[in-house]
Design a protein around this ligand. Structure first.
Ligand code: SF4
Ligand code: SF4
Length: 99
C-alpha cells in the first residue's frame, strides 16, 4: 500500500508500562507474519478484473488496491485462510504452499 506507515513502536521497559486494554499498535508483541501461514494467496494479475470481492471478504484486511487498480496481498498480515481464493469468481487467486 503506497504511503502506508506503521505506528512507531512504543518504548516499554516493564510490564507495568503496558496498557490494560488491547490498544497497542500491531506487531508490538509479535513479529509481522509470525510464521504459521502454510499457504499464501498469489493473485494472477492476468485474470484479475479488480472487482474488489477479495478485498471485501478478507477477514484480516490484508488485500489492498494500488493506484493502477491492481490488487495486492500484504503478507505481513495475511493469515493464509484462503477465503479470498475461494470467493474469487474468476479463480484469479492461487493458494501456494509456503517454501
Ligand atoms: S476477487 Fe479475484 S478478480 Fe476480484 S479483485 Fe480479487 S483477485 Fe481480482
Ligand atoms: S488468505 Fe485469508 S487472510 Fe490472506 S489475503 Fe486471503 S482472505 Fe485475507
Amino acid at each position: 500500500m503506497k504511503n502506508f506507515k506503521m505506528s512507531p513502536k512504543p518504548v516499554l521497559k516493564s510490564l507495568n508500562d503496558y496498557p490494560m486494554g488491547s490498544s497497542m499498535p500491531s506487531f508490538h508483541i509479535t513479529e509481522g507474519n509470525a510464521g504459521w501461514r502454510v499457504y499464501r494467496p498469489v493473485i494472477n494479475h492476468e485474470k484479475c478484473v479488480s472487482c474488489y470481492r477479495c478485498y471485501y471478504v478478507c477477514p484480516d484486511g490484508a488485500i489492498h488496491k494500488e493506484e493502477d487498480n491492481s490488487f495486492h496481498v500484504d503478507y505481513d498480515f495475511c493469515k493464509g485462510c484462503g477465503v479470498c481464493a475461494h470467493e474469487c469468481k474468476l479463480k484469479a487467486i492461487d493458494m501456494v504452499k509456503e517454501a
